[in-house]
Design a protein around this ligand. Structure first.
Ligand code: 13P
Ligand code: SF4
Length: 328
């Protein structure tokens, strides 16, 4: 694929010092294997810094879905969680899609099993199902349109007014979208175990120490946290907000990996991890299952591979394609 579509030049400068950053042996090995396998490395903003720095593209779920769809390499190495790698396979089935740790799941995705959604739809056939991309291929296959945190408001605004909407699986994102659009929606009672740990009290305590800092929160946070924030947005939109804002310091209320990306893109500003009641930062245990060793091993061995039933893949493709078309 053309390098002009990538937002990362692997391993050029250290975000902390601005000095050329030397490669570790394993990072060099990964870049060599990437060439040998004709692979592209896509990484979510929550991945550890050593992975982010060897990736061809680092971004949010929406950007990653576009990059996966247009990838021309033979192999897509997806450094994220299982539903993200599955999405890459759905939109680009001819590629070998590998995930460094096949057990890297997502509590939010798990909160909506496909069988339960199928039963709900059977009892309420009139609903228009909007599924947040953090769900399994089976749930996507039962949905009318997919959204990400980056485009959820725009997607919901396009749905015909005469259709009742069921939003799955994140009640917090759904509640935020409902408030932004003024559209009533039934909300599936799912949530992200990591984002619901942020509390308004912990953030207010940190604000007392950094009164000049703006608070930037992900919409998966609970309503009280979203309401205390200066802005609520997807991980990718956080970059643009922090760059454009006149403020020089920001409390970032999302998974802590986001801080690496922000420091790299905007080295002149200060980023403080959002706190929970018990910890100064907040890592997603699933995102952190991918390690630099596992990334090297999966490129070397071309496993674990994402496999999917073709019927499910085709059914899951239609609502993703609708999202990509509506978001352009
Ligand atoms: P983004 O699409 O904003 O990157 O969020 C993905 C995610 O899993 C948040 O927990
Ligand atoms: Fe899932 Fe939450 Fe981890 Fe995102 S941060 S991958 S929603 S468990």
């Amino acid at each position: 694929m053309s390098t002009s579509t990538l937002n990362y030049e692997p391993l050029i400068f250290s975000p902390q010092t601005g000095e050329p950053a030397p490669l570790s042996d394993i990072q060099s090995e990964i870049l060599d294997l990437k060439t040998k396998r004709n692979a592209i490395i896509l990484a979510h903003n929550y991945q550890i810094e050593p992975i982010q720095r060897v990736a061809d593209y680092v971004g949010d779920s929406l950007g990653l879905a576009y990059k996966a769809a247009e990838a021309e390499a033979d192999v897509i190495v997806f450094c994220g969680v299982h539903f993200m790698a599955e999405t890459a396979k759905i939109v680009n089935p001819g590629k070998t899609v590998i995930l460094p740790d096949i057990a890297a799941g997502c509590s939010l995705s798990d909160s909506c099993p496909a069988e339960k959604l199928a039963a709900y739809k059977a009892a309420h056939p009139e609903v228009y199902v909007v599924a947040y991309i953090n769900c399994s291929a089976g749930v996507k296959a039962l949905s009318d349109v997919i959204c990400t945190s980056g485009n959820a408001v725009n997607i919901v605004e396009r749905i015909p007014q005469d259709r009742p909407i069921l939003f799955v699986p994140d009640q917090n994102l759904g509640n935020w979208v409902s408030k932004q659009t003024g559209r009533a929606m039934q909300l599936w009672p799912g949530s992200c175990y990591a984002h619901v740990l942020f509390t308004e009290q912990a953030i207010e305590r940190l604000r007392l120490r950094f009164p000049e800092a703006q608070v930037v929160a992900h919409p998966e946070c609970v309503e009280a946290v979203r309401e205390t924030a200066d802005v609520v947005c997807s991980t990718e939109k956080m970059i643009g907000f922090c760059r454009e804002s006149p403020a020089n310091a920001f409390i970032i209320v999302t998974e802590t990996g986001m801080i690496h990306r922000l420091q790299r893109e905007i080295p002149e500003k200060t980023f403080i991890a959002g706190p929970t009641n018990t910890c100064a930062c907040n890592e997603c245990r699933f995102m952190k299952m991918n390690t630099i060793d596992k990334l090297r091993d999966c490129l070397r061995d071309l496993t674990p591979v994402i496999e999917m039933d073709e019927d499910i893949r085709q059914k899951a493709y239609a609502p993703i394609q609708r999202m990509l078309d509506w978001s352009r």
